[in-house]
Design a protein around this ligand. Structure first.
Ligand SMILES: [Zn+2]
Length: 284
């Protein structure tokens, strides 16, 4: 199963965000900020504090296969287990690797996000940057990858493998915005890259973070081959699940050093995610 459609087949059962945004919590303007914890530092320690991008080193990956403490950090952070993944070690493993990617990236520091190059800023928009900076302020971590990881690890409370979503009419992933319980029908086995799954996790966590749901795409804005119960799901603006998903892909792509073992596959994945997001965010 490819991961591309999985990022696009999401959430039909959630309520609309109230006009004007959410109630202010703690003066930050982000109602869910009180749920954010610094799980990134805990996971990094459990995984031996890898150097920037070292998690993409094939030797590190090989060690990771038997690193129980590191694996368990990710299982705890997504609320997943062999049981919740329907007994599928493959599903469990693929989501562990996605969390490893998010944790071990080097995306610079949060203050650097105010001066992104134009080609990155067209996808990593102010709504994402403001949210990540608020998360960084709350956790005391200046690293952009820490904020992105903490968004996912704090707000996805349980990950469960299911046969269908959307009341049995679709495949993909969805999340309950009030509880953070996420359901998925797919693993992350698209080529060599785990970025599709990692950015899908960002997408789902963002539904909990900003409480925004998708809207039906107007005619002409659909992505071919993507269909949920006869329609496609778009987002009104960049403060949305797709907006943050695309922004995460753009940041990963921008900071990925050249010459890594999986570079081609990762850049291809990022480009694909970014293209889809630009097609489905209606503000553009
Ligand atoms: Zn969604």
């Amino acid at each position: 199963m490819r991961c591309v459609p999985l990022t696009l087949l999401l959430l039909t059962g959630c309520a609309q965000a109230p006009p004007g945004g959410l109630a202010v919590g703690g003066g930050s303007g982000y109602a869910r900020l009180e749920l954010i914890e610094d799980r990134w530092s805990v996971a990094m320690a459990a995984c031996g504090d890898p150097a920037p991008w070292e998690v993409q080193d094939p030797a590190y990956r090989e060690d990771f296969r038997t690193d129980t403490a590191c694996q368990q950090a990710f299982e705890s952070d997504l609320g997943m287990s062999l049981e919740s993944m329907g007994g599928s070690e493959y599903f469990l493993s693929s989501f562990r690797l996605s969390m490893l990617e998010l944790m071990g990236a080097d995306l610079g520091t949060l203050d650097q996000l105010d001066a992104l190059p134009p080609e990155v800023g067209t996808t990593a928009r102010p709504a994402l940057i403001d949210s990540l900076q608020a998360i960084g302020d709350a956790t005391g971590r200046p690293e952009t990858q820490a904020a992105l990881y903490n968004l996912v690890a704090s707000l996805v409370t349980r990950l469960e493998k299911v046969d269908t979503i959307n009341d049995g009419t679709a495949t993909g992933s969805e999340i309950e915005r009030d509880t953070g319980r996420m359901y998925t029908t797919g693993s992350c086995d698209r080529g060599v890259s785990r970025w599709h799954c990692a950015t899908t996790l960002v997408h789902e966590a963002t539904h909990v973070w900003n409480q925004v749901r998708h809207v039906a795409c107007p005619e002409g804005r659909e992505v071919q081959g993507i269909d949920v119960a006869g329609r496609n799901l778009c987002d009104t603006d960049w403060n949305s699940a797709r907006g943050f998903e695309g922004g995460a892909a753009a940041l990963l792509d921008h900071h990925l050093p050249a010459g890594g073992a999986y570079e081609d596959g990762y850049r291809e994945d990022a480009a694909s995610i970014i293209d889809e997001v630009h097609a489905l965010v209606l503000e553009d």
